[in-house]
Design a binder for this molecule. Structure first.
Ligand code: BGC
Length: 750
């Protein structure tokens, strides 16, 4: 293919380039030597299917390593680790002749009920963006493209192909877009996948503001925008808005409609050409399949990674277990792992480890086991419970594996509650009543409520969904072979009713209003200072860390502001471990309500016992700014900002303040007769002019109208001056208002 490949194509061929040939392939133009390329799900493994497969995760695909889904990776808080996963995904894609892997998903977990939360990293945009970028960089380092998805505001599954997410611009800019922006600008993904839903009434795949103004003009995206599978409603509108490639194939009729639109002058050919050229550039950079991958090495990597993702929520000292300890294992999930979610991301794994086998392997002996409940059947079973009770009664410690059955969460539908199945809850009580020490291990893609039972457990390990080697990783952590270092990427609330979007999820009558605005996840709980079960950023280790020597150094101001934050982290215990230092910024604002503090940077460090290290972070303008809804630009207000560094959004260890100058205020709009009295008075010279004009007759003995004196001024400040002039006692001539406004504007230099 040469640079002018486009010139040699007919109009029909150009149109053909902008839609798929099959479920997973783009159209080849053989006459012109343009091959087709293969796109595959993703993203925590390669889901390579035959061309006539399905995109629902139902049919077969070639075995590939199933790494922890994003819910797991998100909890690692470790971009280096995520990048290594990306590299492995890239290698497997190459080996399976896949040119673009469809991921990562960086949508924000707006509600814990979203059925697809297991495919997303976090409730926080910074964490999602940094980890998403790391995965893209890893994948693309192998010559394979990534497609960051689902752009944008795809935060629920209910009615996902039609629902309109009604979100104000500030909320989009501060919460739902930054992860995409970070990935696009830092990792330069080959593709962006547009979402199914509408955003403020317009389909995301036909949204010129999202796909062209924001994505290309503001963020400089140069790659291909692909539709989610079947997301295009009107092909011509989509091309016009900036969508380059419709997937999967929608048949030749759709291409013909594009040709017709160009011929009829309804679609500018330049737009079609620009999209076709971008697809050509994508095809040109795509690499043919090559090599094989080492399934054993990738399985070991999957285990290492999973070990960094599980989050130790609670531990009274029962963990780590000793190899000789009297330990029993209970729960069907111990031998039938739940390790990924259902839907298009479903991977056929190369191997599958379970907790029970791996614990026995590490302990080097049999451990007593009872399944305790059936999966996929929430009913209680007296026989299974009795068997579990007997097993637990004989053990000093019982590991109880609980979690969500596969059908409780998946792509295409949302959850309706946060509870564990009844039979699992009952089993926990039965086991705890024996007096054994209870260690709960959870497997779930979305948050489950723990508040009514975690008091009965000595330890709780939140395993999320950890991929095919998760069983081994859990065993490693339980026996102390690995020191847990995962941190919560989402809050575990006390109750579903406590979550910010509770009243507006999943919406009604085709619309979901994001009424909570920027107060999503911990931003909401922290604004209320409300109790939660476990806060964002929380996670225990088998050692302890100290924070000291916080130093904040500022250079420049306004958009040039750079703040260097350094802090010393010390491993205070007698075991090597990893800490995630989290930087939260509380910044002032005059015009809008802001979260109490927001995560702006983080770093995972490994420290030997007694060792310490100084971690440095660099913050910039955007880390202190908010998106001003009226001025429609990022703004810093003057005042004092606080920088907190700590181990969770609620465990802030050290803090420092700095004084911010604030962005330049734009020149105010000129005064008119309809401006309020307060606006007139705020204009330099406005008071003089009004005092001169608003003159009562001499017999009143007043020097000027009472409206210009306190407390009337306080009450009348919002009255437009044109209307004020009509009030008795204003003594203002309505006929002179235009002239007076000119005079004020002139004096103020406006
Ligand atoms: C999902 C995408 C996926 C695509 C292809 C859609 O249903 O939303 O995430 O990449 O199918 O399978």
């Amino acid at each position: 293919m040469t640079d002018n490949a486009l010139d040699r194509l007919t109009l029909a061929e150009r149109a053909a380039l902008t839609s798929g040939e099959s479920l997973w392939r783009t159209q080849a133009i053989e006459r012109a030597g343009i091959p087709s390329i293969t796109l595959s799900d993703g993203p925590h493994g390669v889901r390579r299917q035959p061309d006539d497969g399905d995109h629902l995760g139902v049919g077969h695909s070639t075995p590939a390593t199933c790494f922890p889904p994003a819910v797991g990776l998100g909890s690692s808080w470790d971009p280096e680790l995520v990048r290594r996963v990306g590299e492995a995904l890239g290698r497997e894609s190459r080996a399976m002749d896949v040119q673009v892997l469809l991921g990562p998903g960086v949508n924000i977990k707006r509600s814990p009920l979203c059925g697809r939360n297991f495919e997303y990293f976090s409730e926080d945009p910074r964490l999602s963006g940094v980890l998403g970028a790391a995965l893209v960089l890893g994948i693309q380092s192998q010559g394979v493209g990534a497609a960051v998805k689902h752009f944008a505001a795809n935060n629920q599954e209910t009615d996902r192909m039609r629902v309109s997410a009604e979100v104000d611009e500030r909320t989009l800019r501060e919460i739902y877009l930054p992860a995409f922006q970070h990935v696009v600008t830092v990792a330069k993904p080959w593709m962006v996948m547009s979402a199914y839903n509408r955003v403020n009434g317009v389909y995301a795949s036909e949204h010129p503001w999202l796909l062209t103004e924001v994505l290309r003009d503001e963020w400089g995206f140069r790659g291909v925008v692909v539709s989610d599978w079947g997301a295009v409603d009107d092909r011509v509108a989509a091309l016009w808005a900036g969508l380059d490639l419709e997937m999967p194939t929608s048949g030749r009729a759709s291409d013909a409609s594009v040709v017709k639109a160009v011929e009829a002058g309804a679609l500018d050919q330049e737009l079609l050409d620009a999209s076709a050229a971008r697809v050509l550039a994508l095809v040109a950079r795509a690499q043919p399949g090559e090599g094989t991958f080492d399934a054993g090495a990738h399985h070991r990597l999957a285990r290492e990674v999973a070990g960094q993702c599980a989050v130790l929520l609670k531990n009274d000292g029962v963990l780590p277990l000793g190899f000789q300890d009297s330990v029993a294992v209970v729960g069907e999930l111990a031998r039938t792992p739940r390790y990924q979610g259902a839907g298009s991301s479903h991977i056929v794994p190369t191997r599958l480890d379970d907790v029970l086998t791996e614990m026995r392997a590490l302990a080097g002996r049999e451990l007593e086991y009872a399944p305790g409940y059936r999966l996929g059947d929430a009913g209680r079973s007296p026989e299974l419970e009795e068997e579990a009770r007997a097993v637990a009664a004989r053990a000093t410690t019982t590991v109880v594996c609980l979690g969500l059955p596969a059908e409780d969460e998946g792509e295409g539908y949302d959850r309706t509650h946060l509870e564990l199945p009844d039979n699992q809850r009952a089993l926990l009580d039965v086991v705890a009543a024996t007096g054994t020490r209870v260690v709960v291990v959870l497997s779930n893609g979305g948050v489950v409520r723990v508040a009514d039972w975690d008091g009965a457990a000595s330890a709780v390990l939140e395993g999320w969904l950890l991929g095919q080697a998760g069983g081994g990783a859990i065993a490693d952590i339980l026996y102390g072979e690995v020191n847990p270092s995962g941190r919560l990427a989402e809050t575990i609330p006390l109750r579903l009713e406590d979550t910010a979007s509770y009243l507006d999820f999943p919406g009604e009558l085709g619309t979901v209003r994001y009424t909570e605005g920027v107060f999503v996840g911990y931003r909401y709980h922290d604004a209320l200072d409300a109790a939660v079960s476990y806060p964002f950023g929380h996670g225990l280790s088998y050692t302890e860390f100290g924070y000291s020597d916080l130093d904040v150094h500022t250079r420049g101001s306004g958009e040039e502001l750079v703040v260097r934050v350094s802090v010393r982290i010390t491993n205070l215990g007698d075991r090597a471990g990893q800490e995630v230092a989290q930087v939260y910024v509380a910044a002032p604002s005059n015009d809008v309500r802001r979260p109490a503090r927001e995560l702006r940077a983080f770093r995972k460090v490994t420290l030997e016992p007694g060792a310490s290290t100084t971690v440095r972070f660099y913050l910039a303008f955007r880390d202190f700014a908010y998106f001003h809804p009226v001025r429609r630009r990022w703004t810093i207000d003057p005042g004092t900002a606080t920088i907190h560094v700590g181990a969770s959004s609620r465990d802030l260890r050290v803090a420092a303040t700095l004084v911010l100058e604030g962005s330049k205020r734009p020149v105010p709009a000129a005064i008119t007769p309809d401006s309020s009295l307060a606006d007139w008075l705020a204009a330099p010279g406005g008071l003089d002019v009004l005092q001169r004009e608003m003159r009562p007759p001499a017999e009143t003995g007043q020097s000027h109208s009472r409206f210009l004196t306190e407390p009337a001024l306080r009450m009348a400040g919002s009255v437009p001056v044109r209307r004020l002039a009509r009030f008795p006692g204003a003594y203002l001539d309505p006929e002179r208002l235009d002239k007076l406004a000119d005079e004020v504007n002139e004096r103020a230099g406006w």
